[in-house]
Design a protein around this ligand. Structure first.
Ligand code: PMV
Length: 327
């Protein structure tokens, strides 16, 4: 048997942040989250199940992946094999078609694309919800990248927990300006950072208690396309997430001097009347969310900020696209 499929999935940026797990084994988030799926930040993944292969292989951007990355991929492939009742090993190749090193090559687009391509190549007729749950078991933020536009991942205690769509990409013409502030990989991966945050931050319980209401308000502002309301809420979710990480022991600080400079630039733009808010994930880059009418001004200000290496502009994009190759 030899069967191949290719999937394209996009990165996403959380407006209401996911940070921390309620169940490590099932990979269930402790808080709900809301995100925008981003064009043109596409990961394309091809999976070939082939009886002639002796073991699974995983190539990322043309180079063999590290052992830890391969292990996470194999876990997802094992789930798909067991559901499909097949034993064939797979070769997986994944390419990030991101504008040069956007600093956003997260696991979200990668595991969403892998869940889609592996399921299709194995002949499974999976619904979007099933694909989302499959992606979530590997990386919870990946659950949201199955859907285009705006999506949410609620909290839940079942292994079938999946993200769901909130609104399509054309619901709101937002822009996300990424200010890239450093090269290379992040110092602490999100998985271990979340564990240390839960186990040691004095703010952990407050974060888990506050997140549901904050997420609900963000969802409402999004549906109402109310930027003046959205801006302070997104900012609060992001600062609260980082406050939890920073107050862990050992402390997790993703910020670089240029991150702080970019945050100051966004604050200045706000003082000048521009409706723009910053957010950051488990890394040093600052992402500024604004209306399309303001994107040039926001991008220029960030590009001129000391220490910012370059900027990349993204916008709401489509959900996962899957193609099965004729066998
Ligand atoms: O990469 P993951 O799925 O372990 O989670 C990362 C979570 C953040 O990107 C930091 C926030 C979010 O909600 O996407």
């Amino acid at each position: 048997m030899k069967r191949a499929a290719t999937a394209r999935a996009r990165a996403n940026i959380a407006l209401a942040k996911y940070w921390g797990k309620r169940d490590d084994a099932l990979n269930l988030p402790a808080v709900p989250s809301v995100s925008i799926t981003l064009d043109p930040l596409v990961t394309e993944t091809r999976v070939v199940f082939d009886d002639a292969l002796e073991s699974d292989t995983f190539e990322l951007d043309g180079a063999p992946a590290q052992a830890g990355e391969l292990a996470r991929v194999v876990r997802l492939l094992d789930e798909v094999r067991s559901l499909a009742g097949i034993g064939a090993r797979a070769s997986v190749s994944s390419v990030n078609h991101f504008p040069t090193a956007a600093g956003l090559a997260s696991s979200a687009s990668g595991f969403a694309a892998l869940a889609g391509a592996a399921s299709a190549a194995a002949g499974l007729d999976a619904s979007a919800g099933e694909l989302s749950a499959r992606a979530r078991r590997a990386s919870a933020s990946a659950a949201r990248s199955i859907y285009g536009g705006f999506a949410e991942l609620p909290v839940g205690d079942s292994d079938g927990l999946a993200a769901r769509p909130i609104a399509p990409a054309d619901h709101w013409d937002l822009r996300v300006v990424v200010a890239v502030t450093a090269e290379g990989r992040k110092p602490v991966g999100s998985r271990s950072a979340m564990t240390v945050s839960r186990e040691t931050s004095v703010y952990w319980d407050a974060w888990v208690a506050a997140a549901p209401s904050l997420t609900l308000q963000i969802r409402e502002a999004l549906l109402a396309r109310d930027m003046a309301r959205l801006v302070p809420l997104v900012e609060q979710s992001f600062f609260a997430m980082h406050a939890v990480a920073m107050s862990a022991s050992p402390s997790i600080l993703y910020w670089q001097p240029a991150s702080v400079a970019a945050l100051a630039t966004v604050r200045r733009l706000r003082d000048e009347g521009v409706l723009v808010c910053p957010t950051m994930d488990a890394g040093p880059h600052v992402k500024a969310i604004c209306l399309s009418a303001d994107v040039e001004r926001v991008e220029r200000a960030l590009a001129e900020t000391e220490g910012v290496l370059r900027t990349v502009v993204a916008q709401p994009g489509p959900g996962i696209e899957i193609e099965v190759e004729p066998s």
